[in-house]
Ligand binder design. Structure first.
Ligand code: ADP
Length: 540
């Protein structure tokens, strides 16, 4: 009992630090809107607001077969996507490993490998039945002569390239910087579509890269295809980012370079992971500061470090270690630690999910007879709405809090590699509370990003704002507001979507929130790239 009361004191202090009250949410959303405006007007801001040159949104009637290539992390994926034109699709895909040598070697070697992977995919599975019109197919070779093999059909390919790229057209963009462990030489500043096309041409492959998309834009397009429209695509995975539909006239940094006719719009890739790098609005704790200081990009991607899968485990680890180190009496694990806990990044965000699942009895802790229904995995052809209802039918077995804590204790012993004898049920209680604090804060902050997009696009207003600005009617009043999301955090973390919605309700009011339909964007990078390839195809 004394232990718990000491732990409660510490927990209440930590809980106070992680608490983001409603006023704080409003202030963050307002700061978000200011940074969006800055990024729309200027180049070079951390929240880059990158114009994507995608100026039409799918409605589900799109048809065709396209290749897609997805480079953005550990694996490279080649997919063949069949869009059926009725909001459904089939996808056939193969993953290829990208070795560290490729990630850090000469860029042409990396892109030759991409081309080889596409070649291997086509050899194994046969060419898809799609061809390009001659205007796209006939292209000049490097020596300026026209390709004399042009009557052989070219296969159109969309490239999903999830690194910061300054896009200059639907089919060109310069790499600004590598992230996620890539550092291939002689790539920065180069047009990645040209790098890929040159690799296809070196191998005399009849494949043409016609479109370049970011994974966030892919999520947006894929949800739009499946649902007949979408205003925001958002990723809550390793990182976080969002892409939304903006009036072209508001992207003032484009100047006259693109038609700003009334009603014209373009998807903007916000790069919102870089929001508030000054941290003037974000509620930093000492645990966040430690993470930031020890990261490879201090003072950068501030918002992302509060929200995404790459970081939540590490913030949690920092809190846990601080409680192991509490003097004179350790407040966790009797002062024991482990190699796993002592390692930077030693706690994966998936472990936070596992602890929460153990508490609520879903996922791998679901009762046997309804096993496998606790996640949001759905069909390939539709979007799954995140409202927790797909978990509601799970009949939870009556389970006492002690039994739940016992399950959590088991997870901690196994995943944190601690000797069983040093982890008590009280420890399990404290660890779960920490995980909840870290994840809830992430979900609440995520709501600010969604709310800011709704306000920016005229679909919502923050309280009092209507009075100050005069009450202009909301855009699409009464209509469903479709948001597509992707990423392990929102897909698998219990209640992440529900908590995000609760904070969104605080920010934009119940009426607007009730019209927001947040659903998974299935196979965003493949389907999104295919849809972009189709747009390019139509433009030619
Ligand atoms: P990516 O964003 O790289 O495309 P994911 O969406 O799968 O890939 O996100 C991977 C991130 O999600 C990793 O940082 C990992 O820690 C985290 N993650 C993986 N599984 C889970 C889970 N079940 N719950 C919460 N986070 C998870």
């Amino acid at each position: 009992a004394t232990y718990i009361s000491a732990a409660e004191d510490v927990l209440s202090s930590i809980s106070h630090q992680f608490n983001v009250d409603d006023d704080c949410l409003f202030n963050i959303t307002k700061a978000f809107l200011r940074e969006m405006a800055e990024g729309l007007a200027n180049y070079g801001y951390p929240m880059a607001m990158i114009p994507t040159f995608v100026t039409s949104i799918p409605d589900g009637s799109e048809k065709g077969t396209f290749l897609a290539l997805d480079l953005g992390g550990t694996n490279l994926r080649v997919c063949e996507v069949h869009l059926h034109g009725d909001q459904t699709f089939n996808i056939r895909q193969k993953k290829y490993k990208v070795s560290d040598a490729l990630k850090t070697g000469e860029v042409t070697t990396l892109f030759d490998y991409l081309a080889d992977s596409v070649d291997a995919f086509l050899t194994e599975s046969g060419s898809p039945s799609c061809a390009l019109p001659p205007s796209l197919a006939r292209r000049e070779s490097n020596d300026g002569s026209l390709d004399d093999d042009a009557d052989r059909p070219y296969i159109p390919l969309g490239l999903t390239f999830s690194f910061p790229v300054e896009q200059t057209a639907l089919d060109s963009g310069r790499l600004l910087t590598w992230t996620k462990g890539f550092s291939a030489k002689n790539a920065i500043g180069k047009d990645v579509v040209k790098l890929l096309q040159d690799a296809f041409d070196r191998k005399n492959m009849h494949v043409r890269c016609v479109a370049l998309v970011n994974d966030t834009v892919g999520a947006h397009l894929s949800r739009a295809y499946a649902s007949g429209g979408c205003i925001l695509g958002a990723i809550f995975g390793t990182g976080t980012n969002g892409a939304y539909v903006e009036d072209i006239t508001k992207i003032s940094k484009l100047g006259n370079s693109i038609s700003g006719a009334e009603g014209g719009f373009m998807i903007v890739n916000t790069e919102w992971g870089g929001f508030n790098n000054s941290r003037s609005a974000l509620p930093s704790t000492s645990f966040d500061n430690k993470l930031d200081r020890e990261s490879i990009n201090p003072r950068k991607q501030a918002f992302e470090k509060f929200i995404s899968g790459m970081y939540l485990g590490e913030v949690t680890r920092n809190v846990i270690i601080s409680l192991i180190d509490t003097a004179p009496k350790a407040l966790l694990f009797s002062g024991h630690s482990s190699n796993q806990l002592n390692k930077q990044w030693g706690v994966d965000t998936a472990l936070l999910s596992e602890i929460e699942e153990a508490w609520v009895g879903i996922g791998r802790f679901a009762p046997k007879e309804t096993n496998g229904t606790g996640t949001m995995n759905g069909t390939e052809t539709g979007a799954d709405t995140i409202d927790e209802t797909n978990r509601a039918h799970i009949t939870k077995q009556p389970c006492s809090d002690l039994e739940k804590l016992e399950r959590i204790r088991g997870v901690i012993v196994k995943r944190m590699e601690l000797p069983s004898g040093v982890v008590s049920l009280d420890d399990a209680y404290v660890v779960r509370r920490i995980c909840t604090l870290v994840a809830s804060r992430a979900a609440r902050l995520s709501a600010c990003a969604v709310a800011a997009v709704l306000v920016q696009t005229g679909r919502a207003r923050l309280p009092k704002e209507g009075v100050e600005r005069g009450v202009a009617p909301l855009v699409d009043e009464g209509k469903c507001i479709i948001v597509g999301v992707d990423g392990s955090l929102i897909e698998f973390y219990p209640h992440f979507g529900k908590e995000l919605r609760a904070s969104l309700r605080v920010l934009v009011g119940e009426e607007v929130e009730s019209r927001v339909d947040i659903g998974m964007a299935k196979d965003g990078s493949g389907v999104g790239a295919a849809l972009c390839a189709l747009v390019a195809y139509r433009l030619n």
